[in-house]
Ligand binder design. Structure first.
Ligand SMILES: [Zn+2]
Length: 248
């Protein structure tokens, strides 16, 4: 499951980043790179560059689209940048012919491409990115709406009370109380996105071992014991202050 997710992510990354298509060949090496736009298999759209390299005595490179000469470069780096939108849609063959100082003619490999409309390109990207965006929006919606939906229903469990963790559990980063994960909690990398039943807040909670959860239950109890001792002291101090005024 995780391996598939990683494969999916790297696939997406490869699609979004410029992907040099390179073939090692004798003579003239031709590379097609995406500078900006869409590239999925043969389908391309946007700003692309053709780069040619060859022997040291390479003097001139002609870049072709089908039988049409697009550009002649007489200085290295031999490069031609083009926008697919400026050419007819559909199947095309890209190639280059190089000329050396001693008059040799070098032919590059032929790159088969299919120029698509920006709409087609982005629609395909949307099919991949769409679900991710939907998930992010959903997660944001849950965090925004959930406190209003379930916020009033907070569990009241006495501090230190032992509880069960059938689906595992974590410690709320907000109120520090340990709680059992819910069925609806979203599994995310490194933890669960779940709602703490005590403070009602949603957060990414790390999965803890049972020993850690039990320790947190005991800590809860210790925390519950301490505050009254402090407030008692404060109450006494206040009483003392009050009595001083009464004496005047
Ligand atoms: Zn909490």
């Amino acid at each position: 499951m995780r391996a598939r997710f990683i494969a999916f992510l790297s696939g997406l990354l490869a699609l979004l980043l410029a992907t040099p298509v390179r073939a090692q060949e004798e003579g003239l090496v031709l590379q097609l790179t995406r500078d900006w736009g869409y590239g999925g298999g043969k389908d391309i759209q946007g700003l692309f560059s053709l780069k040619a390299s060859g022997p040291d005595d390479l003097r001139r490179v002609e870049f072709y689209l089908d039988e049409t000469l697009l550009f002649t470069d007489t200085e290295p780096p031999f490069r031609f940048q083009f926008n697919t939108d400026n050419y007819p849609l559909g199947e095309h063959t890209l190639y280059a012919i190089g000329y050396t100082a001693d008059g040799r003619q070098l032919h590059s490999r032929r790159i088969q491409v299919n120029f698509v409309t920006p709409e087609t390109g982005w629609k395909t990207v949307g099919k991949i990115v769409g679900p991710i965006l939907a998930f992010v929006v959903l997660a944001m919606l849950i965090t925004t709406v959930a406190p209003f939906l379930g916020g009033s229903r907070k569990a009241t469990l006495p501090a230190g009370a032992p509880r069960t963790y059938p689906l595992g559990g974590g410690i709320c980063p907000r109120c520090q109380r340990p709680f059992a994960f819910h069925l609806w909690g979203l599994n995310l990398l490194g933890g669960k996105f779940d709602r703490c039943p005590y403070c009602g807040r949603w957060s990414l909670v790390r999965r803890r071992s049972l020993e850690e959860l039990r320790a947190a239950e005991r800590a809860e109890l210790a925390n519950a014991m301490t505050p009254p001792a402090e407030s008692e002291e404060e109450r006494l101090k206040r009483a003392l202050d009050d009595s001083r005024y009464q004496n005047l």
